[in-house]
Design a protein around this ligand. Structure first.
Ligand SMILES: Cc1cc2nc3c(=O)[nH]c(=O)nc-3n(C[C@H](O)[C@H](O)[C@H](O)COP(=O)(O)OP(=O)(O)OC[C@H]3O[C@@H](n4cnc5c(N)ncnc54)[C@H](O)[C@@H]3O)c2cc1C
Ligand code: SF4
Ligand code: SF4
Length: 363
């Protein structure tokens, strides 16, 4: 467990505008509150050590330590992390397809985990894409389907986690951004929580938007009616609701959350499975199966007819790696320049050299 107190969290993360909005610290402390995706202490706290500091993914992050602790193996791929299988996948359910962001893999796996009894609850991100989303604890398929679709801001999804750990003994699933997956693994470092996360599903995330994005949307009335937002590889940010409105990416970029500029993990490297777009066919997802638990969930979902998979097209693997490489190299360049926002990272010299050299594997 990482050691530090609320004053350290305030100085190193909150005051420095490096909070990712993950929500992990919030349920642990009555003095921490969130409003409009901002997190703040509302009362001073004199503890010198606290869970708020220990669970935060921005007080420190050591990728090698997380590889060893969560995945139990040295890193297979310097850019994609360790994984057992790299696949394309999609839900086989028409209702899910109608609501999901892409192939609906995330919703299909979550609904399957609930319906098969693997978990009794799932912590998700609900709401629409054009106003502040909210954490949701889903206990049935309808609630899981209602939370489908990407909300492109930093919802503090993990707020209910501390309460679920405290008030029940149930095993639950969590769907989260990569920073949220790292936070969950910090929560799990406490042995009494180790068995509680039965399915940690990470969604790819190269950046999330700050609260100012919703003011931007509100100022452009037509955008508020969108039921889906997508950011295809080319062509700007697409708001759709039957009709589509495309906003140039340059108008959206100023709203990127500051903490996201120094995030080294776009693919949720410590999740049981990670799910992203294919950047090629919007009816499918990229699915990275990382742990034995993730493998068992995917195999069972396929066997039950809830999910379809196919091999990842070999010619597209370099494209996926290049996208991740670009982000990791930008962050490592900021480390080299001494950017204080990167001080939370402990990256070994070998890993750093491999990232900058273009991705020879580190074993
Ligand atoms: C902020 C953000 C940025 C992303 N950027 C990229 C990217 O650059 N490239 C890429 O390939 N993929 C990106 N993704 C992931 C992508 O949008 C899809 O979430 C992913 O591909 C899963 O697709 P699906 O069809 O399985 O989703 P669905 O089946 O529709 O499920 C979506 C799941 O995401 C959860 N969710 C929605 N919004 C959030 C949120 N803000 N925080 C945490 N969880 C959320 C929902 O609870 C739901 O469980 C991003 C996701 C987010 C949240
Ligand atoms: S735990 Fe998450 S929400 Fe809390 S300060 Fe750290 S990054 Fe922000
Ligand atoms: S870019 Fe990184 S820090 Fe920002 S929301 Fe996504 S995972 Fe979290």
């Amino acid at each position: 467990m990482k050691r530090g107190g609320p004053a350290d969290l305030e100085a190193r993360v909150l005051s420095a505008d490096l909070c990712t909005g993950c929500g992990a610290c919030l349920g642990h402390c009555p003095y921490l509150k969130t409003l409009g995706e901002r997190v703040a202490f509302v009362h001073p706290c004199s503890l010198t050590e606290g869970r708020c500091f220990a669970v935060c993914p921005r007080t420190s992050l050591d990728p090698d330590e997380l590889d060893r602790r969560v995945l139990g193996t040295p890193r297979l791929d310097v850019f994609l992390g360790s994984y057992r299988r790299l696949l394309w996948s999609r839900s086989l359910d028409a209702d899910i397809h109608g609501r999901a962001q892409y192939g609906g893999t995330t919703t299909a796996l979550t609904a399957f985990a609930l319906e098969s009894g693997t978990v009794s609850a799932a912590v998700l991100t609900g709401g629409g894409p054009t106003s502040f989303p909210q954490p949701v604890v889903a206990r049935d398929r309808d609630a899981v389907l209602a939370a489908a679709g990407t909300k492109y801001s930093a919802c503090p999804t993990l707020v209910p986690v501390a309460g679920l750990l405290r008030e029940s003994d149930e095993a639950f699933a969590v769907v989260g951004r990569p920073c949220q997956v790292a936070a969950l693994r910090n929560v799990q470092a406490n042995p009494k929580n180790a068995h509680r996360f039965a399915a940690v599903i990470g969604v790819f995330c190269f950046w999330a938007l700050a609260p100012s994005f919703y003011r931007f949307v509100a100022a452009h009335g037509v955008l508020t009616r969108a039921t889906k937002i997508d950011i295809p590889k080319e062509g700007g940010v697409v708001f759709s609701n039957g009709r589509t409105t495309t906003v140039p990416l340059d108008e959206i970029r100023p709203h990127i959350r500051p903490a996201c500029q120094t995030c080294l993990d776009p693919t949720a490297e410590w999740a049981d499975v990670s799910v992203g777009s294919t950047e090629h066919d919007s009816a499918w997802n990229t699915l990275v199966v990382r742990t034995a638990r993730g493998q068992a969930l995917v195999d069972a979902a396929v066997a039950a007819g809830a999910l379809e998979t196919r091999p990842y097209p070999p010619d597209r693997i370099p494209i996926l790696r290049a996208a991740v490489a670009g982000k990791k190299r930008r962050v490592m360049a900021a480390v080299d320049e001494g950017d204080p926002a990167t001080r939370y990272l402990s990256v070994s010299d070998d890993t750093r050299a491999a990232i900058m050299a273009g991705g020879r594997d580190v074993q």
